[in-house]
Ligand binder design. Structure first.
Ligand code: NAP
Length: 488
């Protein structure tokens, strides 16, 4: 393989940014067919990026005023004659009305920017349909994930990608070059068969969030039901006391931290499972099961949802003293104290427990906020790999440990109090401790020198039972090489 070939990515789905073979294209003439919202925004952005623009409209006189003066607005046939690259900013349903241009379009590059109204709306993608109507043209799919508004306002961090695909490498490179000059990041999605997938992307609703949201909702429902039984149904069944008023604030507020805490531990659990599998297999080159792969990919969203629940818990906790029920309970306690002529109700242990409980809770929320902020693309991009992994991995684990302290100081000795077992159900906090404590214990075990060393070797490419070449310095200081089993 030549040096130049080695520089090219092996996988098709790679960013085309910074490709040395891509040269600046500003000054080139670009054609746009259509004069709607997208065409207008595209023309403005192309003009701002230094391109000459010629717009092809069915009614150029009427539409000319909508475009910047630097753009030429003319009839469709006139426009396509003046350029080799034409953006087709027309809906799929109207492609057939462009067939009269077939002769003047021969040999030209058509960029299909269209979207559908439904996922997999048509059998073939819009780009493939356009290619079938104009077989003498080269069709490139691209720019459909960019909105007209985004084109006008400029490419923003985190939303800069323009997905491109085509069967013609040269045409794809030319369109990528234009996207790059416009300030976007072209991403090579391979050949034309990817067009369908690209056209479906703008129609998908938060695809990466589905599993984490269902997970959070599932956990919320489980913990909510559990807390409802303990805090509302139990007093009603045992003492005929109506505690329904607790549902909107108290039950929700005891549920949210459970979800936040368990979700945070679920961010680190797949890493622990992956390490266990690597230790068991004795290699890092064996694929993880699909469910674990999926789980690893959703850690960011799970972490953000954990932060969301923790933030809600903080707000709910602030509101607790504002409730009428709280005021009545305070007055009731004061009256009871006066009747019983108790002068000192100060319990030193309780005071300390509460101080520590609140303090570690605030620190845990602060760390979670830091994790959430650094997971934003614009912030993450400004960190190097070491800084990012320090925040997300090390500080994230510290956040989990501090959240565990927060939970333990909340529960204190309740787990050993018989009265806390409502319907024989243990206090909720004891259940939430299960997964996080497992993760913390596993991390402690992995940090033992013998295991940590083995794991590090595996992650650097060492494999169990494989013979590797080694190089040893000899007594004379020269190096000698040989073969040995890396297992030894
Ligand atoms: P639009 O405002 O309705 O404009 C469509 C244009 O198509 C019309 O202005 C018209 O221009 C032209 N056209 C050509 N032949 C036509 C015919 N037979 N009947 C009707 N119009 C015809 O739509 P748009 O929002 O600009 O969208 C254009 C394309 O861009 C669509 O494929 C859309 O999926 C895609 N897109 C749009 C956005 C967005 O944010 N708007 C984002 C991504 C992709 P003339 O009258 O001058 O010929």
């Amino acid at each position: 393989m030549s040096g130049a070939d080695m520089a090219k990515p092996l996988l098709g789905h790679g960013s085309m940014e910074g490709d040395p073979s891509v040269t600046p294209a500003a000054g080139r003439t670009i054609g746009v067919l259509g004069s709607g919202d997208f065409a207008r925004s595209l023309a403005i952005r192309l003009v701002c990026s230094g391109f000459k623009v010629v717009v092809g409209s069915r009614n150029p006189k009427r539409k000319a005023g909508l475009f910047p003066s630097a753009a030429e607005v003319t009839f469709q046939a006139e426009a396509v004659k003046k350029t080799d690259i034409i953006f087709v900013a027309v809906f799929r349903e109207h492609y057939s009305t462009l067939c009269h241009l077939a002769d003047v379009l021969v040999g030209k590059i058509l960029v299909d920017v269209s979207n559908n109204t439904e996922i997999n709306h048509h059998k073939e993608s819009n780009a493939e349909y356009l290619a079938s109507l104009f077989p003498a043209c080269t069709v490139v799919k691209g720019f459909n994930v960019v909105s007209a508004w985004m084109l006008q306002s400029g490419a923003r961090d985190g939303n800069k990608q323009v997905l491109i695909c085509s069967n013609n490498q040269e045409a794809k490179r030319t369109v990528a070059e234009i996207a790059q000059v416009m300030g976007f990041t072209p991403v090579d999605m391979g050949c034309m068969s990817s067009a369908c997938e690209i056209e479906n992307i703008p129609l998908r609703l938060l695809p990466a969030w589905k599993i984490p949201i269902f997970l959070a909702l599932g956990l919320f429902l489980c913990f909510f039901t559990y807390n409802l039984i303990r805090q509302v149904i139990h007093p009603y069944v045992r003492e005929q006391k109506n505690k329904l008023y607790k549902i909107p604030i108290e039950v929700v507020n005891t549920t949210l931290p459970c979800v936040a805490y368990v979700m945070l531990s679920l961010v680190y659990l797949p890493g622990v499972l992956a390490a266990c599998l690597q230790l068991y297999y004795g290699t890092k080159y064996r694929r993880f099961p699909d469910w674990l792969d999926q789980w690893l990919q959703h850690r960011k969203q799970i972490g953000l949802l954990s932060f969301f629940c923790a933030a809600l818990h903080a707000v709910y906790s602030f509101c607790l003293p504002m409730r009428r029920s709280h005021r009545y309970q305070l007055i009731e306690a004061a009256v009871k104290q006066a009747v019983e002529k108790k002068m000192n109700i100060w319990v030193e242990e309780e005071v300390w427990r509460m101080e520590i409980y609140l303090s570690v809770g605030i620190i845990a929320l602060g760390l979670l906020s830091l994790l959430a902020i650094t997971s934003l693309p614009s912030i993450a991009n400004s960190l190097n790999w070491r800084e990012f992994s320090f925040v997300q991995s090390t500080l994230g684990f510290v956040a989990l440990v501090i959240s565990t302290l927060h939970t333990l100081t909340y529960g204190w000795s309740r787990a050993f109090d018989e009265n806390q077992y409502k319907f024989y159900l243990p206090p909720t906090y004891t259940l939430t401790l299960l997964v996080p404590c497992t993760v913390i214990l596993a991390k402690v075990i992995f940090s033992l020198p013998c295991i940590q060393h083995r794991l590090l070797r595996i992650r650097r490419g060492w494999e169990k039972g494989r013979y590797v070449k080694f190089v040893l310095p000899s007594a004379t200081g020269e190096y000698s090489s040989g073969e040995t089993s890396s297992n030894v």
